[in-house]
Ligand binder design. Structure first.
Ligand SMILES: *[C@@H]1O[C@H](CO)[C@@H](O)[C@H](O)[C@H]1NC(C)=O
Ligand SMILES: *[C@@H]1O[C@H](CO)[C@@H](O)[C@H](O)[C@H]1NC(C)=O
Ligand SMILES: *[C@@H]1O[C@H](CO)[C@@H](O)[C@H](O)[C@H]1NC(C)=O
Ligand SMILES: *[C@@H]1O[C@H](CO)[C@@H](O)[C@H](O)[C@H]1NC(C)=O
Ligand SMILES: *[C@@H]1O[C@H](CO)[C@@H](O)[C@H](O)[C@H]1NC(C)=O
Ligand SMILES: *[C@@H]1O[C@H](CO)[C@@H](O)[C@H](O)[C@H]1NC(C)=O
Ligand SMILES: *[C@@H]1O[C@H](CO)[C@@H](O)[C@H](O)[C@H]1NC(C)=O
Ligand SMILES: *[C@@H]1O[C@H](CO)[C@@H](O)[C@H](O)[C@H]1NC(C)=O
Ligand SMILES: [Fe+2]
Length: 430
């Protein structure tokens, strides 16, 4: 560590002899399917090759990848290289060890386990948003649990580092190093938030490697009995970057839902879970997005109401939607268009008649908490300002369990709910 700091300091003095080839900011993600895992890392100088040595035995397999020069936005134009290597066609339900780098410098050794193929397999996930470099409350507990092998994937649904582009990307580098003890052991799946907006989301697009070819802004993948869809709510808010992002995502989303709900696909993967950054509903006492009745993500563009996503959730029978952005936790009763559906005020959520919305944006960041309105709306079932994150387990075709953990209360589970759905069809047709 001291060695690395010294080297960086010499580099800062622009001394030309200093070359830094050691990988840092190592993190994993799924490729287009969970059979492939991608290792992504950064080096300060160009290593000319990007390799991962891995295996369930003695690191005796090698995968070759690519590196790209990333120049941070802003005046300083700081440079670094981002390496991406895909480990293809991995065996299922196996623990692999790996290290990454090049002949000029290797990382420490890490490990990960691949999702099982067993039809009775229960995926275990952690979900949160709004985790910064400062006040990163949830990292110690997430690290312990990730390294104990508790999770098959982690979802960080927007707002990273606060902000990744700050100080010419140094805040982003610091953050990516802070999450390495989690993200080098378990696929760290992401979606963009408003704090990633600078320079057209360039830090987000460069630093993460998500499935599909839209630079991680939106994508979907299948794991066990679940079809996961990650969307960018930000395409509704930063229209300067092009209305076509909003329309392209919407068209893609509807097509993806169409395919995921074909009878063959939904039989195999009955659960459809959508994750994104800004919620459609929330009861925080700020003048932010979801406190506005007609959130664009929910109802679409003003007057015309084109491209609203709530209608899709209802018509395609999406089971669960998870948001962040508000620095708090909130669980809603199953609702559609501000109306809790008949028969829904009960736990567990048994055959809910509308999608279930959860908001988990309290992982910890320099902006602390977002408080709630004094009066809790009738559609809100539970709320909390405790720092923490959500755990999600999909037990089988009919039973899904989520719980919210409070990291400052020794990991106490402050809320939990079962969602039980015997038929995963469209709502409103029972
Ligand atoms: C290595 O990286 C440092 C820091 O970005 C830079 O100043 C130096 O020019 C680089 N060296 C080479 C040979 O690219
Ligand atoms: C790598 O090592 C493992 C464990 O020793 C062994 O099972 C596997 O066959 C080896 N693979 C290759 C390509 O040598
Ligand atoms: C990795 O791929 C590059 C480009 O295809 C090739 O030039 C290089 O020799 C490969 N390296 C190894 C170690 O296979
Ligand atoms: C922003 O980035 C997206 C893709 O990442 C691109 O399609 C769009 O044209 C860019 N917008 C601007 C204004 O550069
Ligand atoms: C539908 O099922 C096929 C075959 O399993 C799979 O390749 C495809 O990805 C599925 N589509 C979606 C959207 O889940
Ligand atoms: C929200 O509630 C908190 C705590 O009750 C209070 O300190 C804050 O001023 C309120 N904010 C607004 C915008 O009303
Ligand atoms: C609500 O659902 C119950 C059965 O769950 C049904 O008996 C009742 O008629 C429904 N009421 C309305 C207003 O739909
Ligand atoms: C699904 O899982 C739940 C919770 O573990 C269990 O109670 C239920 O019996 C399971 N259903 C089936 C069909 O296996
Ligand atoms: Fe946000």
């Amino acid at each position: 560590m001291m060695y690395r700091i010294l080297i960086l300091w010499l580099c800062f003095l622009q001394l030309r002899f200093c070359m830094v080839y050691e990988p840092e900011q190592i993190h994993l993600s799924f490729g287009d399917t969970v059979n492939d895992v991608v290792v992504t890392w950064n080096t300060i100088n160009d290593t000319e090759e990007s390799l991962v040595e891995y295996s369930f035995g003695g690191l005796n397999l090698t995968a070759n990848g690519t590196s790209t020069l990333f120049v941070s936005g802003g005046k300083e134009k700081r440079k670094q290289y981002i390496h991406r290597v895909k480990l293809p066609n991995l065996a299922r339900g196996i623990k692999y060890t790996y290290h990454c780098g090049s002949g000029k410098g290797w990382s420490d050794k890490f490990w990960f386990k691949t999702p099982s193929n067993d039809p009775d397999w229960i995926p275990h996930l952690a979900v949160f948003g709004d985790l910064g470099s400062e006040n990163a409350r949830s990292i110690p507990q997430l690290q312990e649990e990730a390294q104990r092998g508790m999770y098959d994937a982690v979802f960080h649904i927007g707002d990273f580092a606060y902000d990744m582009n700050w100080e010419s990307g140094r805040v982003g580098d610091d953050f990516m190093n802070k999450i390495e003890p989690v993200a080098a052991y378990v696929p760290y799946m992401t979606s963009p938030g408003n704090h990633e907006e600078a320079y057209n989301f360039s830090d987000y697009k460069a630093r993460f490697t998500m499935p599909g070819n839209t630079e991680g802004l939106w994508y979907s993948f299948n794991m066990g009995p679940v079809h996961f869809i990650c969307v960018s709510t930000e395409v509704y808010y930063f229209l300067d970057y092009g209305l076509k992002l909003l329309t392209n995502q919407y068209v893609w989303l509807e097509r993806d839902l169409e395919e995921a709900t074909s009878s063959e696909n939904r039989t195999v993967r009955p659960w459809i879970i959508i994750l994104g950054h800004r919620p459609m509903y929330c009861s925080n006492n700020n003048s932010d997005d979801c406190t506005n009745h007609e959130t664009w993500t929910r109802v679409g563009i003003p007057f015309l109401h084109w491209f609203g996503m709530e209608r899709l959730l209802y018509e395609y029978g999406v089971d669960l939607v998870i948001w962040a952005h508000e620095h708090s936790y909130e669980r809603l009763w199953p609702l559609y268009d501000y109306k809790v559906q008949n028969g829904s005020y009960a736990e567990p959520y048994r055959n809910p008649r509308a999608p279930v919305h959860l908001i988990t944006g309290s992982a910890g960041c320099r902006e602390f908490h977002d408080f709630f309105d004094e009066e809790q709306p009738e559609w809100s079932a539970f709320r909390s300002l405790d720092y923490g994150y959500m755990r999600l387990r999909v037990h089988n075709a009919s039973h899904l369990y989520t719980e919210q953990v409070a990291v400052d209360k020794e990991g106490e589970v402050i809320d939990h709910v079962w969602i039980i759905r015997e038929n995963h069809g469209p709502y409103g047709q029972e």
